[in-house]
Design a protein around this ligand. Structure first.
Ligand code: GRG
Length: 292
């Protein structure tokens, strides 16, 4: 299998489905839909939707995974819009472009995020209404993963950590919830759409936890090494940067080792699940290779 070509094809199909499934400026209020589309179209990697599609492709089924893939990208995009707001990270840029509240204004960005959040859950209930158990499972999975015990809870602990001395335990909590929860949810939704057994769903939940942690550690390493390279200073030398990351806590070498271990664990679970698992395994390896 040509892994990169398949990934590109998935990304293109996701982009086309976003264009057809999410309201656009023809729908009132135009500016709100423009802001939602602006952030959805701002150059994300589409990792979570691709994971939905790849997990769905593990086994044969009649269900269309695309509404779920778009739904989780809407949820992810809402979290990024809100994360950039002045009351949170106060970021002017997202993926090298003005963040939503800079391109529009704070009120519009807040509402665009709210609208993407509610739309993502509506999409699941609406598009899978002919298969009520599946619709229920998907709404429960995404609702739980994005709520106060996971995504929002991770964000809250991150904020609390900035106000106090963060601990190793809180770093793991933050990343398991801010990052791994939606990655796990993508895999679980894909597998539910493939009509897989609860036993296999539990295996992919474990894979998601490891893949999510690996993804975050890799993201931290790439951030740290590119900052250091760009600014001509040794890694970890930025005293102004108080945010706790894996490299700041463990150093680069140990962080690389941790990323490798989590990737290997994720692959072990993908192996155990079986089916057409080559794409998921290649994707996990590809993510990990970027830090060497
Ligand atoms: C505001 C409820 C709320 C949550 C915000 C997503 C988030 C939580 C914060 C953004 C900062 C951050 C580092 C989050 C960890 C998850 C992560 C690495 C997000 C970026 O995901 P990518 O790299 O993004 O998949 P793209 O741009 O490719 O879509």
């Amino acid at each position: 299998m040509d892994f990169k070509a398949t990934l590109k094809e998935y990304q293109e199909r996701v982009e086309a489905s976003i264009a057809s499934l999410v309201p656009n400026t023809k729908t009132r209020p135009a500016v709100l839909h423009e802001a939602m589309r602006y952030s959805l179209d701002a150059g994300g990697k589409r990792l979570r939707p691709c994971l939905v599609l790849a997990a769905h492709a593990l086994f044969e089924s009649k269900n269309d995974p695309m509404p779920a893939a778009v739904s989780i990208e809407c949820m992810h995009t809402y979290s990024l819009i809100h994360d950039d707001l002045p009351c949170m990270d106060d970021s002017d840029l997202r993926r090298g472009k003005p963040s939503c509240h800079k391109q529009f204004d704070e009120e519009t960005a807040l509402l665009a995020g709210d609208a993407l959040l509610t739309y993502s859950l509506w999409m699941l209930a609406h598009n899978y209404r002919e298969t009520p158990k599946l619709a229920n499972d998907l709404v429960c999975e995404l609702g739980k993963a994005s709520g106060s015990e996971h995504l929002i809870g991770g964000q809250m602990e991150d904020l609390l950590g900035e106000r106090a001395t963060p601990t190793v335990e809180s770093l793991d909590f933050i990343h398991l919830n801010k990052t791994a929860a939606l990655i796990t949810c993508s895999l679980v939704m894909g597998l539910r759409l493939a009509d897989a057994s609860d036993e296999k769903v539990e295996l992919i939940r474990n894979a998601g936890r490891h893949l999510g942690l690996a993804f975050q550690i890799i993201d931290d390493i790439l951030d740290e090494t590119s900052d250091a390279e760009t600014m001509g200073k040794p890694v970890g030398a930025d005293e102004e940067n108080k945010k706790m990351t894996y490299p700041s806590l463990y150093g680069l070498e140990k962080s690389r080792k941790k990323a490798q271990e989590h990737t290997a664990e994720a692959i072990r679970y993908f192996d155990e699940i079986g089916g057409n698992n080559t794409l998921l395994i290649e994707l996990a390896k590809y993510m990990e290779q970027r830090i060497h």
